[in-house]
Design a protein around this ligand. Sequence first.
Ligand SMILES: NC(=O)c1ccc[n+]([C@@H]2O[C@H](COP(=O)([O-])OP(=O)(O)OC[C@H]3O[C@@H](n4cnc5c(N)ncnc54)[C@H](OP(=O)(O)O)[C@@H]3O)[C@@H](O)[C@H]2O)c1
Length: 250
Amino acid sequence: MRAVVVGASSGLGRCIGIGLAKRGARVALMARRRDRLEGAAREAGDGALAIACDVTDEQGCRRAIDEAASALGGIDALVYAPGIGPLAHIADTDAATWRRVLDTNVVGAALVTNAAISALEESHGVAAYLSSVSASLTPPWPGLGAYAVSKAALDKLVEAWRAEHPHVGFTRVVVGDCAGGEGDGLTQFANDWDPQLAAEFHPIWAARNYMSGSLLDVEHLVGVVDGVLRAGASVAIPSVTVAPRPPAHP
Ligand SMILES: NC(=O)c1ccc[n+]([C@@H]2O[C@H](COP(=O)([O-])OP(=O)(O)OC[C@H]3O[C@@H](n4cnc5c(N)ncnc54)[C@H](OP(=O)(O)O)[C@@H]3O)[C@@H](O)[C@H]2O)c1
């Protein structure tokens, strides 16, 4: 399997990129921070590629995907992991923040898919996009409104691509709370959150039972993504949810 993983410099995308490589895939790892990508590629081993790519730059996406396709000799699998979720009251979310969130979480997914679609058509490959329980299954979490809106749009984007490209598999991967892996594999999703705002919103999320109280083992996510990609386009897997089971009540 020749796989491109975007958003592979930290967190879940990094774990998926390395995990796919460990399971025998040849991988091209993409994100903006080249130094971290190179570390991930070293860990992935077996000729893994580190290709810098900012998903908000259309030409940059095309260049990066072209480089990956020619180095790998084609693309069988695309994983889209970039996602940002600034924590803010929705009334305090300004235009620049809305644009940054939508550019990264939605428009970037469209640009990367566009750049890869001819290679995926040729291989009858699969594209998988990381969505979130907090944005796709529960009502929007207070403080993460822009994130929820963007992931809802991403969900529809996946359907829109599927509607026009029936020879490619398009899968939405809905993920529950996950800390990622060790070192750079740890999620950086909440690194920029204002602690005071986090302390304000956390009790609301808990009171509404949005958090399961457990964390997903990232290896389970990697295994599911690997299975989805290996199934190929002839198997319809429009959506999978990978989330920790809430602790059983006595
Ligand atoms: N962690 C969770 O509990 C959880 C739960 C559900 C869903 N998810 C989803 O899983 C995905 C990964 O989240 P994470 O927790 O692993 O977060 P993370 O550690 O912050 O990883 C985000 C990745 O996206 C990349 N990225 C951000 N902006 C980019 C841009 N403009 N161009 C290219 N790459 C960009 C980052 O790399 P650079 O900064 O180097 O570009 C990084 O590799 C997200 O889509 C998130 O919504 C996470």
